[in-house]
Design a protein around this ligand. Structure first.
Ligand SMILES: Nc1nc2c(c(=O)[nH]1)N[C@H]1C(S)=C(S)[C@@H](COP(=O)(O)O)O[C@H]1N2
Ligand SMILES: [Mo]
Length: 557
């Protein structure tokens, strides 16, 4: 095959794949966004890839890791499709088998997503079918150029006259390409054949091929983007806007004056919803209709409970400031935020459900099948663990768990903060491992005392003289007793703590530094209210949270 033929064949393969992916989208509008093949396969990848790789992706792409995954999947798919096109131009059945394999992967991925029904197979099936048809049209059908190895020379070619069954003759269009190699193709040397047709003799065939590529790729793009847009319109943002949150029966304590030092580089004491970090395994944000949402509290309980959203809102609601942190937060990282949460105390619901002895784990389960395991004792020890419906005075943003999520002070999100929660199942740690546990993370995830320097930022250039060093420190549900700063491994100096609402939130701190010219390393460490100082030994985020002191290097002139 000449390189030009290979290029055309690759183009045919990629166009067929684009048609497959694009055609699946409008179908997925009906069967649910998670049944779209790219999303379903991406979701399977998210669940299957080793944790180290996932962590690498998060560290590389931050919270854009999902977009990166989808683009990566798309690029890989295009590369395979190009290869399939080239193979299909030699033996059409290989291309067909390849498309069937991809469709099968899409079907399996969509059907094995938690909560999937049999209709989830449809997008991949429809996409696969239309993709196969497209490939056939380019390789053996009406859009095929005269470039493939089995293509007999055209009438104008030097080698021989046209054969019956060739494209352009009545039997040509629909004939199975496998039948074609019976044409005495190898008669002339390849070079002569390539020069003898295609480049000079079949310009119309190639124009038709390229027009086909343009039209079909365009149609695929319209179907894909249109379907995606339509699926978005079927979301729950209208239902979210229609929610009116009741006034809490126990309002949040006021934020004390001075809790927010309002420094330019310092994270605000209360994190706005738009700036709140987002971490989850969901490639498409679950759209949960509050009208049909139910929470089941079941498993090892004497009195199983089922609640609707209206039932939940009818109960006394409390509002509390709580700082939520991700176990994947690196020392100095920003996977942490503080918000005012409105919700129903989980303790009251558990008391009503009446857990059996030995049911030491409450498994929160999301609509998308994700699970977290929280110690029953923690949820009942009187702390403000909430089934939250509000965040900073608004219904939960859809990406943060609308309509209902868990928030538990003192525990990392992966063991406590289930978004889009629909079940609390009482079980034991011995009997069930939640989502992250078999993936190498600890079953228990209490927050580790940590502190971060926000101002100055790494590599800031400062002027010698007084400099305000400031940041945040947290040890949720224990509280922060003190923060210390040191310069160039000198003596630790006490920083000034700003007031905080409660031990369940982070606290801002500041320290006045008389900066001298040169390169300097600033370090911070916190001591919790139990008197335990954060260790300097660096340990990675897995299995249960990073340790070490945040260090910021600056230049003073
Ligand atoms: N359904 C669901 N809930 C989830 C997760 C998830 O992957 N799926 N991730 C958890 C993790 S690891 C964290 S840190 C918090 C983050 O909550 P946020 O995205 O609202 O900041 O959500 C938790 N709840
Ligand atoms: Mo997390």
């Amino acid at each position: 095959m000449s390189s030009m033929s290979r290029g055309y064949a690759a183009l045919a393969g990629v166009t067929a794949a684009a048609v497959a992916v694009g055609a699946a989208e409008p179908v997925a509008v009906l069967t649910g966004p998670r049944s779209a093949p790219l999303i379903a396969v991406g979701g399977l990848v998210v669940d299957l890839v080793p944790e180290s790789l996932k962590h690498f992706a998060i560290s590389l792409f931050g919270t854009h890791d999902k977009i990166a995954l989808l683009i990566g999947t798309g690029v890989l798919l295009a590369a395979f499709a190009a290869l399939l096109g080239v193979l299909a131009a030699r033996r059409f059945w290989i291309g067909l088998a390849g498309i069937a394999a991809f469709a099968a992967l899409g079907v399996v991925a969509a059907l094995t997503r938690p909560g999937a029904d049999p209709a989830a197979a449809l997008p991949a099936l429809v996409g696969g079918g239309l993709g196969a048809l497209t490939l056939w049209a380019f390789v053996a059908g009406p859009l095929a150029p005269d470039l493939w190895p089995w293509s007999p020379p055209t009438p104008a070619g030097p080698a021989r006259p046209a054969e019956p069954g060739e494209r352009g003759t009545p039997a040509g269009g629909g004939a199975a390409p496998e039948g074609r190699p019976v044409a005495p193709a190898p008669v002339a040397p390849v070079g002569v054949r390539a020069a003898g047709r295609g480049e000079e003799t079949d310009p119309e065939g190639r124009r038709r091929f390229l027009r086909g590529v343009g039209v079909l790729a365009g149609a695929a793009a319209v179907a894909g983007l249109g379907g995606h847009w339509l699926a978005g319109r079927r979301g729950v943002s209208a239902a979210r806007h229609a929610v009116t949150l009741p006034t809490p029966s126990a309002a949040a304590p006021a934020v004390p004056a001075g809790a927010d030092l309002s420094l330019a580089q310092l994270a605000p004491y209360v994190t706005p919803n738009s700036g709140f970090y987002r971490i989850d395994t969901a490639l498409v944000v679950p759209q949960v209709d509050p009208a049909t949402w139910r929470l089941r509290i079941h498993g090892r309980v004497r009195n199983p409970i089922e609640l609707s959203f209206a039932d939940l809102l009818a109960r006394p609601l409390v509002e509390r400031y709580m700082t939520l942190a991700c176990v994947s937060n690196e020392v100095g990282g920003d996977l942490i935020g503080n918000a005012r949460w409105l919700g129903v105390p989980i303790k009251e619901l558990l008391d009503e459900a009446d857990p059996e002895e030995g049911a030491d784990q409450v498994v929160g389960r999301s609509v998308d099948g994700w699970t977290c395991g929280t110690p029953t004792a923690v949820l009942r020890d009187g702390r403000d663990a909430l089934l939250a419906v509000g965040m900073n005075g608004e219904p939960l943003p859809v990406a943060h768990g609308f309509p209902v999520r868990m928030v538990v002070p003192g525990l990392y999100g992966y063991v406590s903060a289930c978004k889009w929660v629909t079940e609390l199942e009482l079980t034991s740690f011995a009997d069930f491992d939640a989502y992250w546990v078999p993936r190498g993370w600890s079953a228990q995830g209490p927050i580790k005392t940590q502190s971060r320097i926000d101002a100055p930022r790494p590599r800031n250039r400062l002027t010698a003289g007084p400099v305000t060093v400031a940041g945040v420190a947290w040890a949720q549900h224990r509280g922060i007793r003190g923060v210390e700063v040191r310069v160039d491994s000198g003596p630790w100096q006490p920083a000034t703590l700003a007031p905080a609402v409660s031990v369940d939130t982070w606290v801002q701190w500041s320290w006045r530094w008389d900066a001298t010219p040169g390169e300097h390393a600033l370090q911070v460490r916190a001591t919790d209210a139990d008197g335990v100082t954060q260790p300097g030994k660096r340990s990675p985020v897995a299995p249960d949270g990073a340790t070490g002191w945040h260090t910021v290097r600056v230049t003073v002139r």
